[in-house]
Design a binder for this molecule. Structure first.
Ligand SMILES: *[C@@H]1O[C@H](CO)[C@@H](O)[C@H](O)[C@H]1NC(C)=O
Length: 338
């Protein structure tokens, strides 16, 4: 009898350690997946910094363009509904699936590259809202938004304009080239004719899809000290942005404004946190994701509260009450507690 209980406690202790070890190993979500050749390309591109652009920028800053002389810098294809494609690389609309995949890798590459260069940037607008819901891009989004400080914008303009970054994501066998293009009218920090509200773009050269990059500047330090705004007149208190918070977005390390809820409510009102039906998608708490209403696989296996397994249509409200089947480690943990 004694021996039996001794063996049992020994067994449980071993199991508990294993579970604990696995649990610790599983929680480090921030470490980004490998991107082949990324570091090497960064170094190569850094060497090829464009001296000519640097000089033209200094000229530009001293001869600040007047509003009436400001043509629109970034050109879209001029096709209806194609405003989210760069005109130079647009070859037609991509499928929803291709768009989502392209945007996911666009932001991953941007996060990875900026962090490798020590460049500060944070999620903004709809991209920030996507993070708030589930750390992912909102599935209906057609472009992405990030912000930078004016100092960072200057650094990008002076050092990295028109550089191209090769990206090779082995997990997905996904290779792309991204172009960082800085609007020369970034030096003018007022709205002007509103032709140049976007300061820079990180562009997928294969599809023309992009991330909009906008800088925040203190445009009126006398009347509004400590208020920074973009050229589209979104205004923030400095302490709403800083210090930035570290989060996870699309499995990569990212940063968001300090008062992210305030920032989101100002832009979208609190309905942004409560509306669970949007753009032909439903929020499914049981899945923690936005699910398209017309889904090819309409059923999913759930465990109901009474323990019964059941196939439930994705948009069936009973799915909200159900929880997905337990994972392997949840099962092991149950065994230990027994
Ligand atoms: C970036 O390079 C492009 C192409 O050479 C040029 O048209 C643009 O003015 C440059 N932007 C800046 C900020 O220098």
């Amino acid at each position: 009898m004694h021996l039996q209980s001794y063996i049992r406690s020994l067994l449980l202790a071993t199991l508990a350690t294993t579970v604990q070890l696995c649990a610790t190993a599983a929680v480090d979500p921030i470490e980004p997946p490998e991107i082949k050749g990324f570091e090497k390309n960064i170094k190569e591109n850094s060497r090829r910094l464009n001296e000519k652009n640097r000089n033209s920028l200094v000229e530009m800053a001293t001869n600040k363009p007047k509003e009436e002389e400001e043509p629109k810098y970034f050109q879209e294809p001029g096709v209806a509904e194609a405003g989210h494609y760069d005109g130079r690389f647009y070859t037609g609309f991509v499928t929803d699936e291709e768009r989502q995949k392209t945007l996911t890798h666009l932001i991953r590459a941007w996060l990875r590259w900026t962090q490798s260069q020590g460049i500060e940037t944070w999620l903004a607008h709809g991209t920030l809202l996507g993070w708030w819901w589930n750390n992912h891009i909102l599935p209906w989004d057609t472009d992405l938004d990030v912000q930078v400080s004016e100092a960072t914008l200057k650094l990008l303009a002076e050092n990295f304009n028109m550089t191209i970054w090769n990206y090779n994501f082995e997990g997905d066998n996904f290779q792309r080239d991204y172009l960082l293009d800085i609007n020369p009218y970034w030096v003018s920090r007022v709205r002007g004719t509103s032709a140049n509200l976007i300061d820079a773009r990180w562009i997928d050269k294969t599809t023309g899809l992009f991330i909009d990059i906008t800088g925040l500047s203190e445009t009126n330090g006398v009347a509004r000290p400590g208020i920074i705004s973009c050229k589209n007149l979104h205004r923030y208190k400095v302490e709403e942005i800083y210090p930035l918070r570290e989060v996870k977005f699309e499995e990569f390390k990212a940063y968001i404004p300090n008062s992210y809820e305030k920032v989101l409510i100002k832009e979208y009102r609190s309905k942004a946190f409560t509306v669970t039906e949007f753009s032909n998608h439903d929020w499914q708490p049981a899945l923690g994701s936005w699910v398209p209403k017309t889904r090819f696989e309409p059923h999913r296996l759930y465990r109901l509260r009474n323990g019964k397994m059941m196939k439930i249509k994705i948009d069936d409200p009973r799915g909200l009450e159900a929880v997905p089947p337990p994972t392997f480690w949840q099962l092991v943990r149950r065994l230990v507690y027994w």
